[in-house]
Ligand binder design. Structure first.
Ligand code: AMP
Ligand code: ZN
Length: 437
């Protein structure tokens, strides 16, 4: 049941010792880069003086801005000729950041992914279809190498061409899939249109959902529709990509692989450390990366460590589901709202389809929230009164959750724009204020 029992079930004190050794090594390695070399020299930091993983708090944080300012090679710690791969973050805001890997890094990463997959029950005789972008995005190649490392038949089907994806599933008896949740919702829609019934026409049993925030309700929809166990997968390009934290069969939080990453949770404004159980910004340090170690990286993701031990026997701590990033929070009429709260509520309503879009506008200085909601196509055969009633019901449910009443617009399936990559859930038009209404 364990890919690497020794590492996965290591007693905490042994794990802490391993972390310390790896941290000291990482600091020496990072010191070879322009960026950290200068910081360590300026501040007189000596890796040997770090005596406990918590001593890392004496070191400065690394931010996306640091990576941008040092673009492209400023954090590289090995000779460029040793580098075999680069990946890049999705870069929705500003200059994308780039991460470099040598052979060893790629091997370690593949091993971490194999560990995640094995943990959920994937074995050599599984057929693993990887429905994520093969390119700079880390979900494609990251999972691909992991699937091969485990020994599963790995199909690099990528994204798009949904009909062919479904055909591949049928022809090769795919048992395991990896995809971003918004694409999973899209596939459901296409299967419905094609009349494919996953329970009789397919052999799916496991799905990995990751790379974007999604609610428990979305997981449950995926599980019900495809007849699979769905697991949450968390990662970010700066820390390789997927393989940072992953759910075990208990499905209560995602084990962070602490032999490979050092975890801190800090208060996002003061940057002071927070206790286990408190929500704050996740800060991560690589512990095994050679080509480009990163120290105390501020992920911007809001996270919480679940207290207590996991019944599965793994000793690595667990992160609660990540509901969003510090910069995802919307402030409407003085109320703080995360897009995922909208999703949670919508997905519990059975008439609601697979997609939605939150539009923020400002009229006469007042913020308003409009939500376009795709509903099942048969609903449009109902009369106006029914549709109005449904709009009111959705608005009412959202008001209970958010304390702000949004205006709801029902739209037919497939009408909302779809991004080729991660879903865009919010359109903020408030900078183009509309006078009068
Ligand atoms: P990228 O490096 O471009 O792949 O983006 C990484 C970011 O995607 C993370 O910092 C998170 O904000 C988000 N992300 C990845 N996996 C998850 C997940 N399972 N749940 C919520 N957000 C996620
Ligand atoms: Zn567990």
């Amino acid at each position: 049941m364990y890919w690497n029992q020794h590492l996965e079930t290591m007693p905490r004190e042994v794990l802490t010792k391993l972390q310390l050794e790896r941290l000291q090594w990482t600091l020496r390695q990072a010191g070879k880069s322009q960026h950290y070399g200068k910081i360590f020299a300026d501040r007189g930091i000596e890796p040997g003086k770090i005596k406990h993983p918590e001593d890392i708090r004496r070191l400065p944080f690394t931010t996306k801005e640091n990576l941008r300012a040092r673009f492209p090679y400023g954090l590289l710690s090995v000779d460029l000729k040793e580098v075999v791969r680069l990946h890049s973050s999705s870069g929705t805001t500003g200059q994308a950041t780039v991460v470099f890997h040598n052979h060893k890094d790629i091997e370690n990463w593949a091993d971490l992914i194999a560990r995640c997959m094995y943990m959920t029950g994937v074995r050599q005789d599984d057929v693993f279809q990887n429905l994520t972008g093969y390119g700079l995005f880390t979900g494609g190649l990251g999972f691909h190498y992991g699937g091969e490392r485990l020994g599963a038949l790995t199909i690099p089907s990528g994204t798009g061409n949904t009909k062919r994806q479904i055909l591949l599933m049928q022809q090769f008896g795919t048992t395991v899939i990896h995809l971003i949740p918004s694409y999973a919702m899209r596939i459901m829609q296409v299967m419905e249109e094609l009349g494919v019934d996953p329970s009789s026409d397919l052999k799916l049993r496991i799905a990995f959902l990751g790379a974007e925030p999604h609610s428990e309700e979305v997981r449950q929809r995926v599980e019900r529709y495809f007849g699979v166990e769905a697991y949450n997968s968390y990662g970010l390009s700066e820390m390789n990509g997927p393989g940072v934290a992953f759910e075990c069969p208990e499905k209560v939080g995602m084990h962070i692989w602490e032999d490979a990453f050092l975890v801190e949770i800090v208060e996002p404004q003061t940057l002071e450390p927070l206790e286990e159980g408190q929500e704050g910004e996740l800060v991560l340090t690589t512990l095994t990366r050679e080509a480009m170690p990163i120290i105390r990286y501020r992920t911007n993701d809001l996270a919480r460590i679940l207290p207590g031990q996991c019944p599965c026997g793994r000793t690595h701590r667990r992160l609660a589901r990540i509901m969003g990033r510090t910069d995802d929070m919307l402030i409407i009429k003085g109320v703080n709202i995360f897009p995922i709260q909208v999703e949670q509520t919508l997905m519990e309503i059975s008439e609601v389809g697979q997609n939605y879009l939150i539009i923020l506008e400002r009229r006469d200085g007042i913020d308003t929230m409009r939500i376009q909601v795709e509903v099942r196509s048969e609903i449009f055969q109902e009369d106006m009164r029914y549709l109005k009633g449904l709009e009111q019901k959705i608005a009412h449910e959202l008001r209970n959750e958010l304390l702000v009443t949004p205006k709801i617009e029902l739209v037919e399936p497939n009408t909302l724009p779809r991004s080729p990559g991660k879903a865009v859930r919010v359109e903020d038009r408030r900078m183009f204020e509309t006078a009068g209404s």
